[in-house]
Design a protein. Structure first.
Length: 144
């Protein structure tokens, strides 16, 4: 199983150019991570883009879902990166992975993995769980 996660709400660049999570974003990410853990999410690895807001969200998922999961910044998770880079990484990896990233990348990655045209959009600051199927990936559930 993989879980795609859109980072939680960040402060604006006028407040802090590094754009860390806001207090509300931190609380929302902690709730989202707890809900994912309650659904059985136990990742072997947690990948994030390297941006502060994505790393902070990833850390909260690690604490709630699997404190021993390997947390790492991964190339290919920036907002405008081609989603096929991450798809190719996932095709070669059979571990349970949480991926914390950004829009519009996550929406494009979701559609590429499911093999469909854009339709049901990725939930802002939410997550979508997918399982490997014979022909690609199948969506299992989503949290807003």
């Amino acid at each position: 199983m993989i879980v795609l996660v859109h980072h939680a709400e960040a402060v604006g660049p006028e407040v802090d150019p590094m754009r860390p999570l806001s207090a509300a974003g931190r609380a929302a990410a902690a709730r989202l991570a707890a809900d994912a853990a309650a659904r059985g999410v136990r990742p072997d690895a947690i990948w994030h883009s390297g941006k502060v807001r994505a790393r902070q969200t990833a850390e909260l998922f690690g604490r709630a879902c699997q404190p021993l999961a390997r947390l790492s910044a991964v190339r290919g998770l920036q907002p405008d990166d081609p989603p096929r880079w991450i798809r190719d990484e996932l095709d070669a990896d059979d571990r349970a992975i949480v991926i914390v990233g950004h829009m519009p990348h996550l929406n494009r990655l979701l559609h590429l993995l499911r093999g469909d045209a854009p339709g049901a959009e990725f939930p802002p600051h939410g997550c979508v769980a997918l399982e490997r199927a014979e022909a690609g990936w199948t969506e299992c559930w989503r949290l807003d």
